[in-house]
Design a protein around this ligand. Structure first.
Ligand code: VLP
Length: 137
């Protein structure tokens, strides 16, 4: 049985986000705004089918995928690139490889207790984020 990622998660730490954004060629003004955000993840999972919503006061981003099925991702509102993306399980970690113009691009999600971890990779940068579960109403 695989990990259950369902829920709403609020960011509590965000390490090296600035360098990750620079690796994605995000412009100065956008980085200044983005650095001030406290994004939330809303994850809807049914088995191997996922919707991951990244919500903020500035922009929102949503990706839908099924584990093991490659899809074309358009990172609209982020760096606006197209990637061929594939998410797989590595034990209890959800690993996404985003093949495209940028080398070594992807992300990894996992859960420990009431924390959701996210590592975002691009070129030689790693951004480490931690989210805390919002208790269900
Ligand atoms: C670009 C980089 C800020 C920033 C510009 C606008 C935070 C895994 C995966 C699912 C992501 C999120 C990547 C965020 C990088 C922003 C926009 C405000 C949003 O998440 O959960 O898509 O790739």
């Amino acid at each position: 049985m695989s990990t259950d990622f369902n829920g709403t998660w609020n960011i509590i730490s965000n390490d090296n986000f600035e360098s990750y954004m620079q690796a994605l060629d995000i412009d100065f003004a956008t980085r200044k705004v983005a650095n001030l955000l406290s994004p939330q993840k809303i994850i809807e999972q049914k088995g191997d089918s996922f919707i991951i919503k990244t919500i903020s006061t500035f922009r929102n981003y949503e990706v839908q995928f099924t584990v093991g099925e490659e899809f074309e991702e358009n990172t609209k509102g982020l760096d606006n690139r197209k990637c061929q993306s594939l998410v797989t399980w590595d034990n209890n970690k959800l690993v996404c490889v985003q093949k495209g113009e940028k080398k070594d691009r992807g992300w990894t999600h996992w859960i420990e207790g009431d924390k959701l971890y996210l590592e975002l990779n691009c070129e030689n940068q790693v951004c480490k984020q931690v989210y805390k579960k919002v208790p269900p109403a």
